[in-house]
Structure formats: structure tokens, C-alpha cells
Design a protein around this ligand. Structure first.
Ligand code: ADP
Ligand code: MG
Length: 514
């Protein structure tokens, strides 16, 4: 799936890197020496007097043989690029709104929309880093807090995380301040004229100030990750933010996930804070993959949050090429890429709603496949293989996480296809489905519900269901599998419940002809 927080590495066979580089680093003729051989070779060398050879460990050879990648990290989603081609307009818009914070005023709230992989997170992080750097340069108190609401997905957690961030910052500020005052105190004890330049007219005034800071520090209690009433968490956060003068920009990435899971209370509370804060100001930047998520918001929240809106349109193939080229220049060795590689990655990803994440995954995977083939160049065919691999990984993930009932329905369709039934109709699926449910003791849903589940599988791209007219017999759905049968079946059978199905053959015989 296009879950941006998924570690895409998880989709890649962890053995691949090892296999590939073991082969590459090896000097003998073996096609794919296994690790045992490598170790033995080195041990043999060690028995002679060539102690240099002996000290060459398992990894020395592997380290040298890296003909394709110069710096693979650059292609990973965790890497934040400092140049974002084709996002200049959006980045400038953000900056124009947020520069207000550097003047000490409250920036408008911003809502950013765009499909996954359109550079929203990367652009927002880039802008926030620039904003903080500039605020330090000019010593204006402006802070950005980034929260990924897919991970931090309840009001409690969002507020607790914010509270603790500000509490820690405040404690740091207080510690620094105390240290300065204690320094002054030490000097003033020797010579009271040291106080002349300060805000304190006596040693005891200075001591009071230090005590007061110590007391402030005591009051900041970390919020536990569960257990407090929400209003207590909120007031902790409120007090922590308002401790001193500053403008705070709170970035809520994947804000649609928060609203979907926990409603809009968090946004309501955050957006009305400014009327009560005395020293500080809060501005919210929400980032959403779902263009319609504001439909579910309280109208007050909607108008407050959407004071400014910035849209991130999908990239086209040419833009994706530029993005890939910039990253490839750093990621790959000089001539590792043949000419067609980047255009093909860009073309595939452009079909995938212009998703730059997909484009980068393709490029990295293609490189890894070339590495595994032990050749020095990434070729067009590696990109095609990478596309298949990523697509298959996606299917496996989608199928694996289907609810049991959908898995049974899908299994019924697979059984029919495997038995040579084409243009499967809903009745046939339902028949097999019922038998499968009986076999594993699952509840049997109505045919109506099963039809719905088939439509869902269609939307997920796992099956293709087209409505065909049967003349005076009305209309029916013709269903076919859009994913590889064997692999999909294997994923289904890895489910502990479906794995219990022993002999399915008899059920298929029950098919009625139409
Ligand atoms: P979104 O948050 O919209 O889903 P991201 O910002 O996470 O998308 O971008 C997905 C991937 O594509 C990231 O690895 C990001 O670095 C990269 N990317 C997106 N847009 C650009 C761009 N204009 N230039 C360079 N890299 C980009
Ligand atoms: Mg994102």
C-alpha cells in the first residue's frame, strides 16, 4: 500500500544485499559463493604465514565491491533532500506565510493538500528547518514542532507529545538562565559592583530570582503517555507553550489520519488557543493526503485551519525525471545508469498518480537488482523487474492485511480460476465461499455482503469485476483475478485460519453451470 510510514525496506528481501555483495566481492569464479566458502578461504589463508591475508575479514572483500551505488541512503524515504525541484512555488508560498513568525506575529494557519508522494512532507520539513535556522540567526523566538499524526493519532498523544517537547525546551532555557545567574552570584559575592550592570540590585534579589526559576522548573512535570485526564494534558501543554514569548508553528502531518481516528477535538483545541495565550502564539500547519477531509470538520475548525491552502499537484513524467536525476547523481557511481533507466522509472511513477516516492523506490530497487546480478550497470530490464517486484510486494501486503471474510471470498475466486473457470460470476463465488466458511467454521455472510466485498477487492485492484448485460437475463458481474494466482494463494494460506483448509477440490466440483 502507499502507507508513507511503512519502511519500504521491509518490502525488500533482506538477504538480497548480502547475496549480491558476497558475489561481487569474491575473486574466484564461483557464481554465488556462499558465506561458508568465504570464511573457509580466509581461514585457509590464516594457516600460512600470510598474516595480512588472514587479517582480511569476512567484510573486507564485500566493502570493496560496490560498483553501482555511491550513496544509497539518498534514495531512501528517510532522506530529506535540500533541493526540491518543481516545488519552488509551494515552498515560496509556505515561506511567504510563515515569515510573519520571524517578525514576531502569528502566521495564518495553513492547510496543505496533495496525494502521497507529491513532496508535502519533504517540502514542509525543508521550510521548517529554514525557518528555525533563520530565527536563530536573527534571535527571534520561533519554533517549529513536527508531529506525524499517523503515528501519534489521538488527542491525548498529540497534546502529550507537544507538552513534553515544550517542557523539555523550557527546562533547558531555565537551566541556562540559572547557570548564568549563579555565575553572576559567585562574582557578586566577591564584588557587589558586578550587580550594577544587572537587573538585580542586591544579592538577595538575585537569590530570589534563582529560587523562582528553580520553582518554575519543579512545576514542569512530564506528561505520561497515558493516564491523565485530557484536560490536564491540555493545560500542561498550554502552560509550557506560554512560559515565555515565542511563535510556535505546529506541523501536523497526515492530519487526515488523526481526524479519521480521533475526530477534530485536537484541532478545535489548538485553533482556539491563541485567544487565551498571553506570551506566545500558535500557528497550525496541517498536511493531508485526503483532499476531502475537511468535509468532516466542525465548520469553525474548518475555517480556522484553512485560512491558507496550498495544493501539491501530482508530478508529471518530466518533473519526475528531474527529481530522479538530482538524486541519482549523488546515489549512483558515475556511469552506473544506462540512458533509459531514469525516463522509465519516471514514466512508471507518473502512471502511479505522479508519486515521487514510487519513482525513487523503483530506482533504488532497480539498482539493487543490478547489484544482485553482479553487473556494473542498471538497465531498463532492471526497472521492469523492479516495477513487478514493487507491485507484487504491494499485493502481498494488501492481501495479507485483508479481513478474514474478504480473504475467504478471494480464496473462492482463486479456486475457481485455478480450476479453469473464467468470467466467474457472483453466484459461483458465493457457492464456494459458503463451503469454505463451513470448512473453517467462519460466519457465512449474505450474498449481498459478499458482492460488496468483491467490489472492495476490485477497488483494491486485486480482482477485476465488470458488470455485463445478459440481455433479458439481466446483468451480472464477471470477475477475474488481477494478481498472480500462486503468490496470492500462498499469502492467503499463510493466514492461520485459511491455512486450515485441507482439501478444497470437492468444493470446486460443486460449481453449477450457467
Ligand atoms: P508526501 O509527503 O507528499 O507523501 P514526500 O514529501 O514524503 O511526499 O515525498 C516522497 C519522496 O519523494 C521523498 O523521498 C521525497 O524526498 C521525494 N520527493 C518528493 N518531491 C520531491 C522533489 N520535488 N524533489 C526531490 N525529492 C522529492
Ligand atoms: Mg508525507
Amino acid at each position: 500500500m502507499t502507507d508513507p510510514n511503512d519502511d519500504p525496506e521491509a518490502a525488500i528481501d533482506p538477504d538480497e544485499d548480502t547475496d549480491a555483495s558476497t558475489g561481487l566481492g569474491s575473486t574466484d569464479d564461483q557464481q554465488s559463493p556462499d558465506l561458508d566458502d568465504v570464511v573457509l578461504d580466509n581461514l585457509d589463508a590464516g594457516t600460512g604465514d600470510a598474516s595480512d591475508e588472514a587479517s582480511r575479514g569476512l567484510f573486507d572483500d564485500l566493502l570493496e565491491g560496490e560498483p553501482i551505488f555511491e550513496n544509497k541512503e539518498v534514495l531512501r524515504p528517510s532522506y530529506t533532500p535540500h533541493k526540491l525541484p518543481h516545488r519552488e512555488e509551494q515552498i515560496n508560498n509556505m515561506a511567504t506565510i510563515l515569515v510573519t513568525a520571524l517578525r514576531g506575529d502569528t502566521p495564518s494557519n495553513i492547510l496543505i493538500y496533495g496525494k502521497t508522494g507529491t513532496g508535502k512532507t519533504a517540502s514542509a520539513k525543508f521550510v521548517s528547518e529554514e525557518l528555525e535556522t533563520t530565527s536563530q540567526k536573527y534571535e527571534v523566538p520561533c519554533e517549529v514542532e513536527y508531529i506525524n499524526c499517523e503515528v501519534t493519532d489521538t488527542q491525548y498523544r498529540v497534546l502529550a507529545q507537544l507538552a513534553n517537547k515544550f517542557i523539555n525546551k523550557n527546562v533547558d532555557v531555565i537551566d541556562e538562565r540559572i547557570e548564568k545567574l549563579e555565575d553572576l552570584q559567585a562574582r557578586a559575592r566577591d564584588d557587589t559592583s558586578e550587580l550594577d550592570e544587572s537587573d538585580y540590585d542586591s544579592l538577595s534579589a538575585l537569590e530570589d530570582a534563582i529560587d523562582e526559576l528553580e520553582a518554575d522548573k519543579e512545576e514542569f512535570e512530564e506528561v505520561p503517555m497515558t493516564g491523565w485526564p485530557t484536560d490536564r494534558v491540555y493545560s500542561s501543554f498550554f502552560d509550557a507553550v506560554d512560559y515565555h514569548e515565542r511563535v510556535v508553528v505546529i506541523m501536523l502531518d497526515e492530519i487526515d489520519k488523526l481526524v479519521e481516528k480521533s475526530g477534530d477535538d485536537t484541532l478545535y483545541n489548538l485553533s482556539r488557543m491563541n485567544s487565551e495565550l498571553e506570551n506566545s502564539r500558535v500557528s497550525i500547519m496541517g498536511i493531508s493526503n485526503d483532499l476531502k477531509f475537511t468535509d468532516f470538520l466542525d465548520p469553525r475548525v474548518k475555517s480556522s485551519l484553512g485560512e491558507e491552502e496550498i495544493v501539491f499537484p501530482p508530478y508529471d513524467a518530466n518533473q519526475l525525471r528531474d527529481i530522479l536525476q538530482a538524486r541519482a547523481d549523488v546515489a549512483f557511481k558515475g556511469n552506473a545508469l544506462t540512458d533509459d533507466v531514469i525516463p522509465l522509472c519516471a514514466a512508471f511513477a507518473a502512471q502511479e498518480h505522479g508519486d515521487a516516492r514510487r519513482a525513487l523506490d523503483l530506482l533504488r530497487t532497480a539498482g539493487e537488482l543490478a547489484e544482485r546480478d553482479q553487473i556494473d550497470n542498471v538497465e531498463e530490464d532492471h526497472v521492469r523487474q523492479a516495477q513487478e517486484k514493487i507491485e507484487l510486494d504491494r499485493v502481498v501486503e494488501v492481501v495479507r492485511t485483508l479481513p478474514t471474510q474478504s480473504k475467504i471470498v478471494l480464496f473462492a475466486i482463486i479456486l475457481l480460476e485455478k480450476n479453469g473457470v473464467h468470467n466467474i460470476n457472483t453466484g459461483e463465488v458465493f457457492n464456494i465461499y459458503k463451503n469454505l466458511c463451513a470448512e473453517i467454521d467462519a460466519d457465512v455472510l449474505t450474498q449481498r455482503r459478499v458482492t460488496d466485498l468483491i467490489s472492495e477487492l476490485d477497488m483494491l485492484g486485486i480482482v477485476n469485476a465488470v458488470v455485463v448485460s445478459k440481455g433479458r437475463y439481466g446483468r451480472t458481474k464477471e470477475i477475474s483475478l488481477s494478481v498472480p494466482t500462486e503468490e496470492t494463494e500462498a499469502v492467503l494460506l499463510s493466514d492461520s485460519r485459511l491455512g486450515d483448509i485441507d482439501d478444497v477440490q470437492p468444493f470446486v466440483q460443486a460449481r453449477f453451470d450457467n
